[in-house]
Design a protein around this ligand. Sequence first.
Ligand code: GRF
Length: 215
Amino acid sequence: MSAPCNVVVLISGSGSNLQALIDSLGEDNPARICAVISNRPEALGLQRAQAAGIATHVVRHKDFTDREAFDAALMEIIDTHEPQLVVLAGFMRILTSGFVRHYQSRLLNIHPSLLPKYKGLDTHRRALEAGDREHGCSVHFVTEELDGGPVAIQAAFIIEPDESIDALTGRVHAAEHIIYPLAVRWFAEGRLRLAEQGAMLDDIPLPATGHLLRI
Ligand code: GRF
């Protein structure tokens, strides 16, 4: 098996993606979550991590006067764990360029849309209002462009006629719980990486929208 890959996960809320990652770890998976950090002390994800015996930290963004100071404190804690990969799993803070550059090529995010569609917030409503036929989610490498880094994998599905926003949100979440563990595993196995030409899987450049999983 490949060498262990230490992963630090950043969260702000429920942490259902964190839970999916925790559940995907096993003897044949080189990824190992060494810490979970939240900017909110009340984040349910912290309890999920503790229940799995994972170290947790809280860095409250409100304790800092600016983004640079907050990100510097975050980086200091992250780096004590010497991670090969940093995973944003519902981390609701915009990161500084300094932070993004520091973790360049080893920073992944999950976004609830088929990027490049619907960067930013409110993605399910926007997909419904646009009358889209398809919706889904994307795992991408983080670059300085918000929700704009090279995509590793997408899960796409057909929107049902008259599908409610709640139903759609639930289906996107379920899809996230499939593709995030997969992307993290590929990264930990050395199969997924960011090269100059973009995201690569098994040394083959991925298309701009990443590997597509239709569900
Ligand atoms: C997910 O929908 C993810 O796409 C977005 O934030 C949400 C996090 O959910 N970035 P959870 O905290 O993992 O349940």
